[in-house]
Design a protein around this ligand. Structure first.
Ligand code: SF4
Length: 299
């Protein structure tokens, strides 16, 4: 049995950047705290915690002041209220918001201030969405399905549709098309009525969408695929589903303890891949373990 780690898997550049900022800050010797887990990957969180990074909640911000710690904002970004609270408390922030997320926040703010109805394809409680909701004072409609959008969107208003950066491109296109159609229907039904213009802004991160094609090829050329990601990783779920749609023998694990021997029965080529928040070093470890327990190591 050959075990191969996907050469296209591993951290996206936004996560690499955030981790580099965290490591550089830790090297300066002062305590560094991070608001929420730095990434959705428990292994990498543990590694950085061993270097001294300490994860806190928003309620623990005053503690950072007492400890003289600087507080890192992770790639998902934060709502304006967090910056305000830190400023009031005198907390020094290290802003490692991914520039792509920062750009999404900027665009949402711009359209919100122009009076548009903001519709976002995403998960309302995802940390990235909490930040985005903050920039439009929570005046947005966050939906996950076409049905939900048709129920909740006000079709009499100028509307702009955005996406959380880690959602599925095809599903976004379907949603955009359904909303566009509905607006056209309204025009036909009542030509006198002023219906808003509709803009669909595909704000899905290229680091996620670009990986889909590679993943499909990778999944198709292996008998078994082990997909490694944190269970809280949104793009992990999306990319896992992409793999599974091509290869039904795809298994999701967060930790090596979850590997099952029966998955590898008769498998000659096993592939190990992961989300944009899965470290290469951990996928290598998973591959070594599979090879050691169930076969022999390949590339
Ligand atoms: S997936 Fe994209 S938006 Fe998210 S952190 Fe990575 S580069 Fe940034």
């Amino acid at each position: 049995m050959q075990v191969q780690v996907d050469p296209h898997a591993g951290f996206c550049w936004g996560v690499v950047r955030t981790i580099q900022i965290a490591e550089a800050s830790l090297q300066q010797g002062l305590p560094v705290y991070v608001l929420g887990h730095i990434i959705h990957n428990p292994r990498e969180v543990e590694r950085l915690e061993r270097l001294g990074l300490h994860t806190i909640t928003h309620e623990q911000l005053p503690q950072a002041v007492q400890d003289g710690a600087r507080v890192l904002i992770r790639a998902h970004g934060e709502p304006p209220s967090t910056y305000q609270k830190a400023w009031e408390l005198g907390v020094e922030l290290i802003d490692a918001t991914c520039p792509i997320v920062a750009k999404l926040q900027e665009r949402v703010r711009k359209f919100y201030l122009q009076g548009y109805q903001i519709v976002i394809f995403g998960k309302a409680e995802h940390p990235e969405m909490i930040g985005v909701r903050g920039v439009c004072e929570d005046q947005c409609v966050i939906v996950r399905t076409v049905e939900e959008a048709l129920r909740r969107v006000d079709f009499s208003r100028p509307t702009v549709l955005f996406s959380q950066t880690t959602m599925d491109k095809k599903a976004f296109a379907e949603l955009a098309s359904a909303l566009r159609q509905r607006l056209q229907e309204l025009v036909v039904e009542d030509p006198e009525r002023i219906v808003g213009e509709f803009h669909a802004k595909d704000t899905i991160c290229g680091q996620v969408a670009g990986r889909e094609q590679h993943l499909r090829e990778f999944a198709a050329t292996h008998d078994v695929v082990v997909f490694v990601a944190g269970r809280a990783s949104s793009n992990g779920r999306v990319l896992y589903e992409v793999c599974r749609s091509v290869n039904p023998r795809t298994y999701f694990i967060e930790s090596v303890d979850e590997l099952e021997p029966c998955w590898f029965a008769d498998a000659e080529r096993v592939g190990v891949t992961g989300a944009t928040s899965t470290p290469q070093w951990y996928m290598q470890e998973v591959a070594r373990l599979i090879a050691h327990r169930f076969g022999r190591a390949g590339t």
